[in-house]
Design a protein around this ligand. Structure first.
Ligand SMILES: Cc1ncc(COP(=O)(O)O)c(C=O)c1O
Length: 463
């Protein structure tokens, strides 16, 4: 193949990558998109003679062949429960142990004991917030944001009733859907015990300055709980660099099977009393893994990490001899850099659709502050109508509020069906952006609404 793999991206040191330094990398990964797509069997699906276009990634991504094969292999050869004195159980335990080690590499954790697998992010967040709640008393405060998915809000709200805890809210700047950090500064105080915040918005794609938020929370004496579910397929995660107390994500959003993945600082995991049965260990992450784990799914996520490590070595400049941790970091750096190109192309294409109003960061100069997840309304059409028409054309997109309740309410869109959401990941192609824009333009045109022209976004730009 003709792709030049000698280009080497520089190390990313912050949650918002210094993508400008990575100018060469996007070309190599984007130029190799056919090779990337060949890794994902689902992407060969057609629809009325055209490829099916998966722009529904924010709700769950497709999985590479390595993941499917790892799941099948587990079920065919190593399917057994934990800690038996026989070959299949030993193999199963080895696979689960390796998956923990790979997850620690992916998140930049200190080791496998700092990560736990569970049913999904929501269930794990309820488990941790209940355990933290045991340590709280009336008057203690928990901070949540209006940009977050409800899974990082509702479990904390429940502590009001259960523990008499006060919940303080951080709002957004409507113009660009970024968190209002002056409000965070205002609500933080000696009573703050927890700050729950997302790394990236699953609705409008904003990436939050998590290191700064963690530093602010720690300065007030609070611990942090970071929801990285939406960020995980797009940006490098380094829990030690973030210095967060907890971080949670969901493998099914980053090319793996349905699962939740929790990181906790060792001292936090140690201190908290989890709700668990007696056989579950009291040490490390084990006490957060209740009951029998889905071995085939955890084997599958190990396949996903193998895929990402391959990508990091092939296209991220990590080199054949790189450690898994280095290869995974390189993969996410190069994915993030390549997605910058997708974001710029999508901003330009959506900006050319009459009557389309895009929310969030629309300024191309600020593309490093977002991931390629876009939410918009189209004049004269409900979000459901737009999604259904795109669906009929073989373009999968979401509509509604995607459980970002407070954001949709703040934007005044709760009563009108929310917004259409399109999400791109590294396996999406530029041609899919063109096809989407063409379909949207046709819809806008068919309305023939007098005066339906470009409408300025809330930050004054048209998109
Ligand atoms: C940002 C964000 N947080 C949390 C969740 C909930 O994740 P899970 O389905 O693993 O519980 C989602 C799911 O859409 C999400 O997008």
């Amino acid at each position: 193949m003709s792709v030049d793999r000698t280009e080497k991206p520089h190390a990313v040191t912050s949650e918002i990558a210094r993508v400008s330094e990575l100018a060469a990398a996007p070309l190599s990964l984007r130029a190799a998109v056919a090779e990337i797509r060949a890794q994902f069997p689902a992407l060969s699906r057609g629809h009325d003679g055209r490829p099916y276009s998966y722009l529904d990634g924010p709700g769950g991504t497709q999985v590479p062949r390595r993941t499917i094969e790892a799941m099948t292999r587990y079920l065919e050869r190593s399917n057994a429960n934990h800690e038996g004195a026989f070959a299949t159980s030993e193999e199963s335990d080895a696979i689960l142990g390796e998956a923990h080690a790979a997850a620690a590499d992916f998140l930049g954790a200190g080791g496998p004991d700092e990560v736990a697998f569970g049913q999904n992010m929501t269930t794990m967040t309820f488990a941790v917030s209940r355990a933290i709640g045991r340590t709280l008393k009336p008057g203690d405060e928990v901070v949540v944001t209006r940009l977050d998915h409800d899974a990082n809000v509702a479990p904390w709200l429940a502590l009001q009733e259960e523990r008499g805890v006060t919940v303080r809210w951080v709002g957004i700047r409507e113009a660009d859907c970024t968190l209002d950090l002056t409000e965070l500064e205002r609500v933080l105080g000696p009573q703050t015990r927890v700050v729950a915040v997302g790394l990236a918005s699953n609705a409008v794609g904003t990436v939050n300055p998590v290191r700064q938020i963690v530093a602010m929370a720690h300065a007030a004496g609070a611990m942090t709980y970071v929801d990285a579910v939406h960020a995980a397929p797009h940006v490098p995660i380094d829990v030690q660099a973030f210095d967060t107390d907890f971080l949670v994500c969901s493998p099914y959003k980053f090319f793996g099977p349905p699962l939740g993945l929790l990181y906790g600082k060792p001292e936090r995991l140690e201190q908290l009393a989890s709700y668990k049965v007696r056989p579950a260990t009291d040490e490390g992450s084990g006490k957060w893994e209740t009951g029998t784990l889905p071995g085939e799914s955890i084997a599958g996520v190990l396949g996903t990490f193998d895929y990402l490590a391959w990508l990091g070595r092939e296209f991220g400049g990590a080199g054949a001899g790189a450690s898994r941790r280095a290869a995974l970091a390189a993969a996410m750096e190069t994915i993030h850099a390549a997605e910058r190109g997708l974001s710029l192309a999508a901003l330009a294409a959506l900006g050319g659709v009459p009557g389309l109003k895009l929310r969030g960061i629309t300024d191309p100069d600020r593309v490093d502050e977002r991931v390629p997840t876009f939410a918009f309304t189209l004049a004269g059409r409900s979000p459901r109508e737009v999604a259904a028409e795109l669906g009929r054309a073989g373009i999968a997109v979401w509509d509604g509020d995607y459980y970002a309740y407070e954001l949709i309410r703040t934007l005044g869109l709760a009563e009108t069906g929310g917004m259409v959401r399109v999400g791109f990941v590294h396996y999406n192609e530029d041609s899919e952006i063109d096809r989407l824009a063409e379909a949207l333009r046709a819809m806008a045109g068919s309305l023939a609404a007098p005066g339906a022209g470009l409408s300025a976004g809330p930050d004054g730009r048209t998109a």
